[in-house]
Write a protein that binds this ligand. Structure first.
Ligand code: CTP
Ligand code: MG
Ligand code: K
Length: 185
């Protein structure tokens, strides 16, 4: 159980970091350039910006790179629970696809929200919490399927799906309190 939680957090960290980094450093020109879709609503909305996408991707990937560097040193601390091999396995491709995929998933969700008539920032339960997980998994699976299949066992997938909404809600409440987010979700 504890091993699943440790590995889930470890593998998903670059994706988990991408969202709050986009919220902290985002702003400026929106990805959809202010354009509207056929339904006369914004394609994505003002909550999806180039700066958020780029900063979120870069910071998420930097955290992944840092994980690669420190893994051999901290894996022994967790050896009681987790196979050090798994700990040190984050691939160069995955440390990029996890945050980039997370932010693509987040944009795809905004596209769907706008089509449903939801305004920017309006909550869509579960989609708001899991969009980036699904995006991170799909892009990683496309780019580096062998890493994905070797590390994301059914147990880890279920653990991620269970712990992510809790983590997401807690970081968003912090983000709201420090003023990085307009809503606490
Ligand atoms: N953000 C950004 N660029 C991105 C993603 C996020 O600039 N690609 C910033 C925006 O300031 C956004 C904040 O992070 O308002 C919080 O992100 P999120 O909750 O995903 O966006 P919402 O504003 O809730 O918009 P939506 O309803 O489209 O999800
Ligand atoms: Mg939101
Ligand atoms: K989001």
């Amino acid at each position: 159980m504890i091993d699943l939680i440790i590995l889930s957090l470890w593998f998903m960290l670059p994706a988990y970091i991408a969202n709050p980094a986009a919220a902290l450093f985002g702003g400026g020109k929106p990805v959809d350039l202010g354009k509207k879709f056929r339904d006369d609503r914004r394609i994505l909305g003002d909550g999806k910006t180039y700066r958020g996408f780029i900063m979120g991707s870069m910071i998420g990937a930097s955290v992944g790179a840092l994980q690669l560097v420190i893994a051999p040193h901290i894996a022994p601390c967790f050896a009681e629970y987790v196979d050090p091999e798994a700990f040190t396995s984050i691939s160069y491709l995955a440390l990029i696809t996890l945050p980039v995929g997370a932010l693509i998933g987040d944009m795809a969700k905004s596209f769907i929200k706008r089509r449903m008539g939801y305004e920017r920032g309006q909550m869509l339960p579960l989609a708001d919490q899991l969009d980036f997980v699904i995006g991170a998994w799909i892009l990683t699976y496309i780019v580096d399927p062998s890493w994905m299949l070797a590390n994301f066992t059914i147990g880890i997938i279920i653990t991620v799906l269970l712990i992510t909404p809790i983590l997401h809600l807690s970081t968003n409440i912090i983000g709201f309190k420090i003023g990085a987010k307009k809503e606490p979700w």
